[in-house]
Design a protein around this ligand. Structure first.
Ligand SMILES: NC(=O)c1ccc[n+]([C@@H]2O[C@H](COP(=O)([O-])OP(=O)(O)OC[C@H]3O[C@@H](n4cnc5c(N)ncnc54)[C@H](O)[C@@H]3O)[C@@H](O)[C@H]2O)c1
Length: 299
């Protein structure tokens, strides 16, 4: 089925291209680490028009484009709103005009819930994001629901935990594992915000991609957490890396914590398992090794 990937030259989009090489990538920027896509329009997705979507028979959209991470949304919430929320509503309007059937959107388990009141965190947990990034993700989820109710556009929201793997920018300020591995490869000290007790769920990006394609094939309407189902502190992550790379020491500097980092976030993944039939398949250690092999080629 003809498919569009917004933000397809980013980390996650590049992995989706590997399984959907015929998809059209819409991204104003060239890939930094991954291969150039076979079909690429160098454009802002908010400026796509319905005639173009219809001419290319686009029926499904993977909406992966984003211009912010938590810290940049805190620095400039208005830019986040304009570039991500308003732009997405423009895309949804265009999708409806062009009779697109389904859109799969990557939301963020780490930010939409805010500070968890329970562990693990189910999809029914209250949503009180504490960063503009999380507020925008949640607002997009609500607009997807609106466009489904109003116009019948089906959607899947995947609230991703912390995907990692090759082609993730090691200097982008996001992705603890690729950042740590890159610092080790460069023989530089690792900086950690806080005391290293922050817990997240790190999982292989290829497992996220499988969930994206399953959701789209099934045109499953709903909101799903996705991760490995297992939490690890940053200090635990460092221990695994040290053991796996057989390092005698790892040079770490602990910095003051950031107010918008929630202390612990491990999403429950039973809903996606039961409704989509998805299960994580790649072990943490396997994904760390693959990422390490790639990171070493950058130096
Ligand atoms: N990587 C993670 O840890 C993580 C976790 C949860 C959710 N997400 C979400 O998943 C999505 C993909 O994440 P990623 O890590 O691949 O991000 P990324 O920053 O690597 O890629 C985003 C891509 O979007 C493109 N883009 C920006 N503005 C655009 C526009 N107007 N039109 C078209 N393309 C545009 C960028 O050029 C970039 O290639 C994002 O929405 C992100 O918020 C990521």
């Amino acid at each position: 089925m003809p498919t569009l990937i917004t933000g397809g030259n980013g980390f996650v989009g590049a992995h989706l291209q590997q399984v959907l090489p015929d998809a059209i990538v819409c991204d104003p920027y060239a890939p930094r680490f991954s291969p150039t896509p076979q079909h690429w329009i160098k454009q802002d997705y908010a400026t796509l028009d319905a005639a173009w979507l219809q001419a290319n028979q686009i029926r499904t959209v993977y909406h992966f484009a984003s211009t912010t991470i938590h810290s940049s949304s805190v620095a400039d919430p208005i830019a986040d709103l304009n570039q991500n929320l308003i732009a997405t509503v423009k895309l949804l309007e265009t999708c409806v005009q062009a009779d697109v059937q389904h859109i799969t959107f990557l939301s963020s388990a780490g930010t939409v819930y805010g500070i968890p009141q329970a562990a693990p965190v189910y999809e029914t947990h209250p949503t009180q994001p504490i960063s503009p990034y999380g507020i925008v993700k949640l607002a997009i989820e609500k607009y997807l629901h609106y466009y489904h109710q109003q116009y019948g556009l089906t959607y899947t929201v995947l609230r991703a935990a912390n995907p990692f793997g090759i082609w993730q920018n090691p200097q982008g300020g996001l992705g603890a594992i690729v950042t740590f591995l890159y610092k080790i490869a460069q023989s530089e000290p690792i900086s950690i915000w806080g005391d290293g007790s922050v817990v997240r769920d790190y999982f292989a990006v290829q497992d996220l991609i499988r969930a994206c394609t399953m959701a789209t094939e099934q045109q499953q309407v709903g909101v799903y957490n996705i991760g490995s189902g297992m939490g690890r502190s940053l200090n635990d992550v460092l221990r695994v890396i040290q053991h796996q790379l057989a390092l005698s020491t790892v040079d770490v500097t602990y910095l003051a914590g950031r107010g918008y980092d929630v202390p612990q976030l491990v999403p429950d993944i039973t809903k996606i398992q039961s409704e989509l039939g998805w299960l994580p398949q790649i072990s943490f250690e396997t994904a760390v090794q693959e990422t390490w092999n790639w990171v070493q080629t950058l130096t």
